[in-house]
Design a protein around this ligand. Sequence first.
Ligand SMILES: [Zn+2]
Length: 264
Amino acid sequence: MNTCKNCSLTFEGKYCPACGEKVIENKDFSLTHIFGQAIGMLTNLDSKLYNTLKLLFLRPGQLSLYNIQGIRVPYMNPIQIFLISNVIFFIFLSDIDIFRTPSVWFFQEDFDGIKVMDHVRQIMLEKNLTQENVAILYDQISSNLAKSLLIFLIPLLAIPNMGLHQNKKYQAGKHIIFITHYLSFILILLVFILQLAMIFSTNKWSAIIPLLIVGSVYYIISNHRFYGERWYLSIAKGLIFLIIFVVITQIYKMLVNVLTLYTM
Ligand SMILES: [Zn+2]
């Protein structure tokens, strides 16, 4: 019998069944053990990342399904994989205009009802900058914000997605897991497609079409697998979600643009 040093439970075995604390033995402090553990942690992380990405890419919706069924140990949790997709996004896409409006288009007297140039002139006065300087500053800040605030797309997309699946009576957390995986896939896909577009030196806006097509097909398959809905329903919801996705990214874009104006 062992007594857990952490929570004082008495138990049989190497690990406390209540809190997971390990029973410490002398051999835990040997150099070979410490070394082995470090390697184990790295390779374990490796295999988790590999398992997660493989499932995320090859079996849409399966990762979310496993997560809610309680098969979690072999995979990274949704937030971990979302953070990794964010890092990939950050590294590979230094200037991405999908989630913001660059100054060349945004700096107008009236942009969708926002008096942009009024703000710009005020900033020029306050900071004693030329319009070109304000534009450079705006482009820097907005592209950083566009990439840093991506996590807010999760609730922005999860709420309408919850509305689409009212019939399932799932708790909110399940829809959030579904959307977190979906968005992780989309961000990595975006990097992938834009890299391809760069290799073939096509206009980067032409990458939008394959993104929307693959993104919709992925949603349809995920929906079928995760929510267990018939194909015709999944296809219908996939098309509705495509519209939701486009609208939400426009809202997100506008939030980034305006937030940038006010933080300058
Ligand atoms: Zn314990």
